[in-house]
Design a protein around this ligand. Structure first.
Ligand code: ACO
Length: 446
């Protein structure tokens, strides 16, 4: 009887325990079990610390190089489902935003959580437009760079340089100050980028035209020569605006993680976003569009694609613009970009590298190597072709990524600052170096 009762009790307990949102871990070194709560399908790494072999033990940690299975924050900005190829900003599908919104409206959405009313949008556009001018001393700063300096290097430096012009940016917990720095950062990005470009050409800087749209004014500052009034081509203006929407945010990528990490030390937003821009410059991140185009130029003709793919499969090189840490189906941005590419080519003439890109994609999508590894074109595979057709040199490609990403970075930075759970980012390590050893003087070393 007793044993029957106890077995009923046990199964009830088991059923209850099965329903609990917890994880039971047994440490086989000690035989002890621990129960840790599960929230949002996640356990807190700090809960593992109670798993110890004795009191002197530091406690269990999790090891996750490159954060591939670690959530570093709770966010409400951007949602990605990499398996389904979904990207949404604040709940709005990227496809709808690309079709119906503008970059500035999308930037407002990312930063404020809601689409603006007509009055809010007008006010937002007014403030961004009236923060496009840069201090004349920034021009002197730019003049110090070599004519062949990479524009990303100039952009990183001048964004950081803004910090010295706006010491009020240090008041990071003052919402009014944060708003002002946001206007400045989003407003000045196209100006810094265009001035860096004009510097490389040795051409005079073109000042912002506040009557033009965000992308229209950018095109003006880049390409205006002797016209009294620059009139951007509406197709190119809109294509660039859509590309800006697609690049505005992408949750916890390398540069977003950088701005959160640098910002967590309470550095001002100019220094923190300069660091994020530096992270974006790398060829595995925002520098990939430049690398993808260089690769297509290096392949040089459609008949050489199979040979190149062979080299990729042999591990000699990578197919730049392919693969993604999160998207294992198709990058939804790449689909939209492919459409824009044709609109731009209709106007500017077909980019001769397009056939090579299409052949790379065709072969890769049928090849076991790429299928097995779930490697598909990412956002950077076609952007380079569009930018080149629009007249941008390759070195400007990562800059074109950085300009719109500023809104996402600032949104991520502000969310981190206002999150009471966040503090200075400081990962742990597993130390496998030497144990203590005595210093050896130079004459005794072999
Ligand atoms: N070409 C060939 N093989 C690739 C590629 C590629 N582009 N990308 C990944 N692989 C292979 C790897 O060699 C590896 O193969 P293995 O398992 O036999 O060793 C496997 O696929 C997994 O690759 P990882 O590097 O582990 O994947 P990870 O998620 O770390 O990398 C990344 C993602 C960096 C984007 C990678 O796919 C890559 O280097 N792509 C090319 C650069 C690029 O286009 N970057 C832009 C990313 S999008 C963005 O930042 C906007």
């Amino acid at each position: 009887m007793d044993s029957a009762l106890s077995s009923t009790q046990t199964s009830a307990a088991e059923a209850n325990s099965a329903k609990r949102e917890t994880l039971t871990i047994t440490d086989n070194r000690t035989g002890q079990s621990y129960e840790v709560p599960i929230t949002h399908d996640t356990i807190r790494a700090s809960d593992l610390r109670k798993i110890k072999i004795d009191d002197a033990d530091f406690g269990m940690m999790s090891y996750d190089p490159a954060f591939s299975n670690t959530a570093s924050c709770i966010s409400r900005i951007t949602y990605i489902d990499g398996d389904k190829g979904i990207l949404r900003y604040r709940g709005y599908p990227i496809e709808e935003l690309a079709e119906k919104s503008t970059y500035l409206e999308t930037a407002y959405l990312l930063l404020n959580g809601e689409l603006p009313t007509a009055a809010q949008l007008k006010d937002w556009q007014y403030h961004i437009t009236h923060h496009t001018y840069i201090h004349e001393s920034i021009k002197k700063f730019l003049d110090g760079f070599h004519y062949d300096a990479h524009p990303m290097g100039m952009l990183i430096s001048t964004i950081a340089g803004l910090s010295t012009f706006y010491p009020d940016a240090k008041h990071i917990f003052d919402p009014e100050s944060r708003k002002k720095q946001t206007y400045r950062l989003i407003g000045k990005m196209p100006t810094l980028a265009a001035f860096a470009y004009r510097h490389t050409l040795g051409m005079p800087y073109v000042y912002p035209d506040n009557d033009l749209s965000y992308t229209g004014n950018f095109l003006n500052m880049l390409f205006r020569t002797s016209e009294t009034r620059y009139r951007p081509n509406p197709t190119l203006e809109r294509a660039l605006d859509v590309l800006f929407i697609l690049h505005a945010d992408h949750e916890q990528n390398c540069s977003a993680n950088t701005i959160r990490s640098v910002g967590s030390s309470h550095a001002d937003p100019f220094c923190a976003s300069a660091a994020a821009t530096a992270a974006l410059y790398g060829p595995l991140h925002g520098g990939a569009n430049e690398e993808a185009l260089r690769m297509l130029a290096e392949i040089s003709s459609v008949d050489k694609v199979p040979e190149f793919i062979k080299r990729v499969k042999a591990g000699e090189t990578r197919l730049m613009g392919f693969g993604h840490r999160i998207y294992k189906n198709y990058d939804p941005r790449a689909r939209i970009i492919k459409k824009i590419a044709y609109e731009v080519f209709d106007l500017m003439g077909k980019n001769p590298l397009l056939e090579i890109a299409l052949e790379c994609e065709r072969i890769a999508l049928e090849d076991e190597y790429f299928i097995k590894r779930k490697l598909y074109p990412n956002v950077d595979f076609y952007t380079g072709l569009i930018y080149q057709s629009m007249g941008f040199p390759m070195t400007m490609f990562p800059v074109l990524f950085a300009i719109p990403r500023m809104s996402g970075w600032v949104a991520q930075w502000e969310e981190m600052l206002l999150d009471p759970e966040q503090k200075i980012a400081r990962p742990r390590q597993i130390y496998l170096g030497h144990d203590t050893r005595p210093y050896v003087s130079v004459d005794q070393r072999v």
